[in-house]
Design a protein around this ligand. Structure first.
Ligand code: HEC
Ligand code: HEC
Length: 307
């Protein structure tokens, strides 16, 4: 095929050498690459080589490059080590805040804008990591998991009370856990179904809800014999036993007649883990102050009467 012969020549029209390929009189020019392109290309190769030498880049069999599965590079860079350094820096930057928090009273915290800001930031982070699964991201709570924003407290809402609850937990495994147990009046047949119905009507009446007068009267007697040791004669509860106020229309386990009846039938048993061994004392201080400052905290002495 004579028209396919490789004869290099200079194209008369453009002055560029041809590759020697020709099809039907059309010749292929051997135009050189633009210089800027070529030099950028060489620079990329050079940077790539330097990078591979400096940084961890080449996969290696485990054991060949120490405990990692890639070469370490001359710079010995490790993102994992960088994170550890960043964490240590964060810890160090927080240390003065934690140091000042230690032993501070809640009044001192509230009067010190720096400390207050520190508690809000450190407490918010720790709450999100450890507590929001049960108490909700806004600490609003769920059925069986108390709302920590309101001023209704099972075990007490002072800074000290809250700190104790967080440290030791409730009905948990810690030796100093807060503990009490309401009987399962139905399951253990301590009361009959109709007695439980009557005492339910009485409990509803404690928060001003209507019910059949005769049932309420029978329920009142049952309440006096079975319930006042924990919920007190006026039904307002006892924080030393974590027994809730039954008069406040605030229900941990639901406030419908069916829900209250079911609660009395089975006997509730809310469990909160202890955090003393998992979080340091200082983090617990920050959390306790954070929860206190959510809005429902109360002074140590302001216990409702009868408790
Ligand atoms: C596994 C679920 C769970 C987790 C996680 C949890 N809690 Fe609780 N918490 C509970 C339950 C359940 C109760 C109510 C126990 C009861 O009925 O007495 C409670 C009660 C409390 C109370 C007492 C409220 C009162 O009215 O006296 C405080 C304060 C509290 N939690 C704070 C926290 C903080 C802070 C964290 C995170 C460090 C946390 N909780 C993590 C389940 C949990
Ligand atoms: C030994 C103490 C004790 C006795 C006796 C007791 N309770 Fe309780 N009661 C508690 C405790 C503690 C709780 C909270 C349990 C929890 O948080 O898991 C509770 C919770 C409740 C609740 C749930 C309140 C809510 O907010 O949802 C109701 C209702 C209730 N009790 C009614 C009664 C009635 C009625 C009796 C008598 C028939 C009774 N209790 C006897 C300790 C007791």
């Amino acid at each position: 095929m004579s028209d396919h012969e490789e004869i290099r020549e200079t194209d008369a029209h453009s002055g560029t050498e041809t590759t020697g390929h020709e099809w039907d009189g059309i010749k292929e020019l051997d135009t050189p690459l633009p210089r800027w392109w070529l030099y950028t290309f060489y620079a990329c190769i050079a940077i790539g080589v330097v990078y591979m030498v400096m940084m961890p880049a080449i996969p290696a069999l485990p054991g060949l490059a120490g405990e990692t599965d890639h070469t370490r590079g001359v710079s010995n860079n490790s993102e994992r080590a960088n994170v550890a350094v960043a964490m240590a820096d964060l810890e160090a930057s927080r240390a003065p805040g934690f140091e000042r928090l230690r032993g501070a009273s809640i009044d001192e915290i509230e009067d010190d804008p720096d400390l207050l800001g520190f508690v809000r930031a450190a407490g918010d982070a720790a709450f999100g990591n450890n507590c929001s699964t049960c108490h909700g991201s806004g600490a609003q709570g769920f059925v069986g998991y108390p709302n920590l924003n309101d001023d209704v407290w099972l075990w007490g809402g002072s800074y000290e009370d809250i700190r104790t609850t967080i440290r030791f937990g409730i009905r948990g495994e810690h030796a100093d856990t807060r503990f009490s147990q309401m009987p399962s009046f139905g399951r253990d047949a301590l009361l009959t179904r109709s007695q439980i119905g009557d005492v339910t009507d009485y409990v509803l009446s404690l928060s001003g809800q209507d019910g059949p007068a005769d049932a309420i009267a029978r329920g009142a007697e049952i309440f006096t014999s079975q319930c006042v040791s924990c919920h007190m004669a006026d039904g307002r509860g006892d924080r030393t036993q974590g027994a809730p106020d039954l008069t406040d229309q605030n229900w941990l386990y639901g406030g419908s007649r069916d829900q209250i009846l079911a609660t009395i039938y089975r006997g509730p048993y809310g469990v909160m883990p202890a955090w003393e061994d998992r979080l340091g004392d200082t983090t617990i201080d920050a959390l306790a102050a954070y929860v206190y400052l959510l809005g429902g905290g109360e002074a140590a002495a302001s216990r409702p009467t009868g408790q």
